[in-house]
Design a protein around this ligand. Sequence first.
Ligand code: UDP
Length: 249
Amino acid sequence: MADRPILRRVLLKLSGEAFSDPAVRGGIDPVIVRQVAREIAELTATDGTQVGVVVGGGNIFRGNSPAATGMDRSSADHMGMLATVINALALQDALEKAGVETRVQTAIAMQELAEPYIRRRAVRHLEKGRVVIFAAGLGAPYFTTDTTAAQRALEIGAEAILKGTQVDGVYDRDPKQDAAAKRYDEIDFLSVLNQGLKVMDATAISLCMDNDLPIVVFELLREGNIGRVVRGEDVGTLVRPLAPAPTAG
Ligand code: UDP
């Protein structure tokens, strides 16, 4: 397996579930948010890594969930986007308590509580060592925060998306259902799409594939894991472009 590079600028994707106790499901667990914040704080302080974060909202509301049955999809998605802002503010608070300067930028203007998303400004914050949390998705319905993560990662020039999950990588089957499921150390984008593996949605994977943006899928709540990924250690699953075909001769 090829050596993984040390990463200097990353986009961390946190699903809404990352904010809640898996045993409870839903809501925000302050202990978990503090743990995630501590890990990010360590990263910026020790490694000097520049960190952008895209937060999901699934712990509160999703536009395609049963709770939205009968609703106009666009309105439901607006609710989902607002849910991500709640998570963003919780994470900002925890990060600042951990001593990290943080800015929240939203794709839907709400200037009383966050900056609007302005790419150049976001990059400037990162250069100054501030963590930037991107909230309210892309500001458009029918998208997900996975696609937002790919889009923002490309815009800020992140070297990879770090997708923190509850399992330790990408498996060929659901490891919770089937103990014989096999974990991939590495896999290419096309295989993820062809095999319908649950990494990120197809729009997000396509965007990463078209722009050669790698994704590392790893277990978020194992202590020190975010740092391991950033230092290029062999953690989780690396989703990457197909290796170039060997040349003849
Ligand atoms: N959403 C949206 N447009 C976006 C991003 C998100 O409409 O660009 C809405 C959508 O309803 C989605 C919800 O926000 O279900 C929460 O985002 P997501 O489901 O991606 O959160 P996660 O699964 O990461 O917790």
